[in-house]
Design a protein around this ligand. Structure first.
Ligand SMILES: Cc1cc2nc3c(=O)[nH]c(=O)nc-3n(C[C@H](O)[C@H](O)[C@H](O)COP(=O)(O)O)c2cc1C
Length: 235
């Protein structure tokens, strides 16, 4: 969660994988972030993006983590990829954010609709660091073939926000994409039952955002479930 999920916030939680960010890796993405703040949304703004991100990585070191990144250039992703690799983390390419300021800078969901560009980034980044891609469901897109291409080109984890526009999680989409590779299923994981449904649908992990804002010990409670506390291995 941009403006919220820094190392300080994430470290308080018992989740097995902490996903920091979204962070903005280059000038273009940072400009978009500043505009988004002007209309009242939260964002992380670092004077020097790489310095700021490295401070966060130093602070989270020792826990399993990923860093959700937006960039308007391939170079932005590559620079962060080298950094994240040094700290043994996962780089999550943000192909999910739908704020118009980011779309205008070819960041976030723009990449989901411009698959060639996304694949070019995935190919380059995955040569450096373990790479995840965060995407959003609910569009009229062929998610199966998009995710197949992602996995074929070096992506090791798809993080799928399987949102249903009026609320809820599209478990059927999680089921289909899980056949292709390692999937983190996301949306409306609010209690043990909704999390377990995501796992029963084939996801290797279930991620939560909004529920954590409402309950500081959300993950601690969820880990009492046998299904949600199983060890996870990424081959
Ligand atoms: C305040 C807020 C900020 C968010 N920022 C990001 C972000 O920077 N990058 C991202 O990939 N998703 C972001 N998301 C989306 C969440 O990670 C998640 O995909 C979405 O909220 C659905 O999951 P949930 O039902 O568990 O909240 C944000 C969500 C919220 C509520």
């Amino acid at each position: 969660m941009a403006g919220i999920n820094n190392a300080e916030f994430c470290k308080k939680h018992k989740a097995s994988l902490l996903i920091l960010g979204g962070f903005n890796a280059d000038k273009g993405a940072m400009e978009a972030g500043k505009k988004v703040i002007e209309r009242g949304r939260k964002e992380f703004i670092f004077e020097d993006p790489l310095d700021g991100i490295e401070r966060e990585l130093k602070s989270i070191y020792g826990r399993k983590f990923a860093v959700n990144i937006r960039s308007s250039t391939l170079d932005g992703y590559l620079e962060v990829a080298r950094l994240v690799e040094n700290y043994n983390g996962i780089l999550e390419i943000n192909a999910h954010c739908r704020q118009p300021e980011f779309i205008a800078k070819r960041c976030g969901e723009w990449l989901l609709f411009n698959l060639e560009d996304l694949i070019r980034i995935v190919r380059a980044v995955s040569k450096i660091v373990l790479t995840a891609v965060k995407i959003r469901g609910s569009h009229k897109l062929d998610y199966y073939s998009i995710c197949k291409k992602l996995f074929e080109n070096g992506c090791k984890i798809v993080h799928l926000d399987a949102m249903i526009p009026n609320g809820g999680c599209e478990l059927e989409l999680i089921r289909r994409i899980s056949n292709l590779g390692f999937l983190i299923g996301n949306n409306s994981f609010i209690d043990k039952s909704s999390g377990e449904k995501i796992i029963f649908s084939g996801a290797k992990m279930a991620s939560a955002a909004r529920a954590v804002l409402k309950d500081e010990i959300f993950f601690e409670k969820m880990l009492q479930s046998r299904i949600l506390s199983q060890p996870v291995f990424l081959e």
